[in-house]
Design a protein around this ligand. Structure first.
Ligand code: ATP
Ligand code: MG
Length: 370
């Protein structure tokens, strides 16, 4: 799909913004604090009606103003949609083709975007929790049943943990009550595990291919889902059986510690380059490239789901990539995926511009075509 144009009024530091985008690559160049990320944020609002960084929607209203408005023309499956979002001090209003939608859910989904922001580096560097969250958000988006199982699992886990914390002795009464929770934990948890196995497998295939391209075939990326419950096999039945076994075997330990020590809430994705753990051994640039490849793999997964590529927003990714990686990144994406990229660097742009890029200079809430 293609975002053809973007218009914003009173959005962050823009009094009025009007931008025509290239169907290939659009580069926003400018010094710090000029309003580059603000433009990407406004596009994200058209996609998700939610910002990746604002705590409250009203933060996006230009200081001293009453409202903010963002409008975009999107072409998908040969049809054009005008999306409009208005943020007021209390609440927001959304329109598709000038018709107001009462439910935000009727607005979301017209424009799909994948955003890579500096904080996504945590996908590789951060704690396992960050990677589990990534799995849950991405899988939840394309699989509502997964989301349901996840919510149920977390509810049961919480209740089981409360029971363990409050109990005074591990007597037969407690064992009986735990068994009831264990049944549900196994039921929901095993489904989560098998879906994650499948998802990481697909993600790995795309991420490895993208990583190979960006590094000119010099590095090989490998993602593997780390879960102790896969000991006896990957089928739903095998996971269920082993999970149940583990819960019983660890019951004493769980009681002593007052927590549930096994289950998908302990899982992780291991990220390796050339068979070495990137978190431990990777350079800054390798970590960034690995995180980027994981995010870019999402693009292919979204295409499989919705039949078209999403719009790719790359916020400040160039700075830690060497020139080769930058070029390969833009080459591999810019051909097939509409890409918007922000950067503070002006050097190297000549080369990229020759590759069909449209470049805008961003300065204090104004833009100028270069
Ligand atoms: N509600 C608002 N009203 C007016 N200006 C705002 C508002 N919110 C943020 N700003 C301004 O926008 C600026 C930040 O813009 P943005 O984050 O897009 O910068 P950037 O060009 O991406 O910079 P960097 O290169 O540092 O990431 C801030 O310095 C702030 O002054
Ligand atoms: Mg920025």
């Amino acid at each position: 799909m293609i975002l053809q144009s973007l218009e914003a009024v009173n959005f962050r530091n823009y009094a009025h913004l009007s931008l025509t985008l290239s169907p290939y690559i659009t580069i926003l160049v400018g010094q710090n604090a000029q309003g580059k990320t603000n433009i990407l944020e406004s596009i994200l609002m058209l996609s998700l009606a939610k910002s990746h960084r604002a705590g409250r929607d009203s933060e996006m209203i230009r200081w001293g103003e009453e409202f903010a408005s963002v409008t975009g023309q999107v072409v998908r499956q040969q049809r054009t949609y005008e999306l409009n979002l208005k943020i007021l001090n209390r609440g927001k209003k959304v329109r598709v083709n000038q018709i107001e939608k009462r439910r935000i859910s009727d607005f979301i989904g017209h424009l799909n975007v994948v955003l890579f922001a500096p904080e996504d580096l945590q996908l590789v560097k951060g704690a396992p929790q960050t990677r589990r969250k990534f799995l849950d958000v991405e899988l939840g988006q394309i699989n509502p049943q997964y989301l349901h199982n996840l919510v149920q699992y977390q509810r049961v886990l919480q209740q089981r943990n409360n029971l363990l914390k409050d109990a005074e002795s591990l007597d037969s009464r407690l064992s009986e009550m735990l068994s009831v929770w264990d049944d549900q934990l196994v039921e929901y948890g095993s489904r989560i595990v098998t879906k994650r196995v499948e998802f990481v497998h697909k993600l790995q295939m795309h991420a490895a291919e993208i990583h190979r391209q960006i590094t000119s075939e010099k590095e090989s990326l490998e993602l593997s889902y780390q879960c102790v419950l896969l000991e006896n096999g990957r089928s739903l039945e095998a996971v269920k059986e082993y999970f149940r076994q583990q819960l019983v075997a660890r019951r004493k330990e769980d009681f002593r510690r007052g927590i549930t020590s096994t289950g998908p809430h302990r899982d992780d994705i291991e990220v390796q380059i050339d068979s070495k753990n990137v978190q431990v051994y990777g350079s800054q640039g390798q970590q960034r490239t690995a995180a980027l490849s994981m995010k870019l793999a999402e693009i292919e997964l979204i295409r499989q789901e919705v039949g078209e590529y999403p719009v790719l927003l790359l916020d400040d990714v160039l700075s830690e990539l060497d020139e080769m990686r930058q070029l390969h990144l833009l080459e591999s994406m810019g051909q097939k995926v509409q890409t918007l990229i922000t950067t503070t660097m002006t050097y190297g742009l000549d080369e990229m511009m020759r590759e069909k890029a449209v470049v805008y200079r961003v300065s204090q809430g104004t833009i100028e075509k270069m």
